[in-house]
Ligand binder design. Structure first.
Ligand SMILES: [Zn+2]
Length: 118
């Protein structure tokens, strides 16, 4: 089930920051999603990924509990930058030794869209 609070944040950022260039995708809270075996969702505040090849944003409500709204907006924006990079063929992360790192291209995409976070 979609989380409409996070979807509203997505829509606001999509309009104000991305100027209507990102197609709407489902935004789920972690508690609504079944993860593959071995995936530790509790480690992440959010994720941009695919479910059966469809792109989605996942937001960890447990992680955001009792944090200010700005923090939640920041997490949604961060994942939207990953979505922006994916749509534009930008290689924004690397995996080394089981950890995901943000490349310079990710920071460049943040600067291109407006440094409201990250
Ligand atoms: Zn990231």
């Amino acid at each position: 089930m979609r989380n409409y609070f996070f979807t509203d944040i997505f829509l606001a950022l999509e309009t104000v920051v991305f100027r209507n260039t990102l197609p709407l995708i489902p935004v789920y809270s972690f508690s609504d999603v079944k993860f593959p075996k071995g995936y530790d969702a509790s480690l992440a505040a959010g994720a941009y990924t695919t479910i059966e090849t469809d792109p989605v944003l996942l937001i960890n409500v447990e992680y955001l509990c009792r944090k200010p709204l700005e923090y939640t907006i920041n997490i949604v924006y961060h994942e939207m930058i990953h979505y922006f990079c994916d749509l534009n063929g930008i290689h924004d992360t690397d995996n080394r030794n089981g950890y995901t790192y943000h490349r310079k291209e990710f920071k460049d995409a943040v600067k291109e869209n407006g440094e409201i976070c990250c």
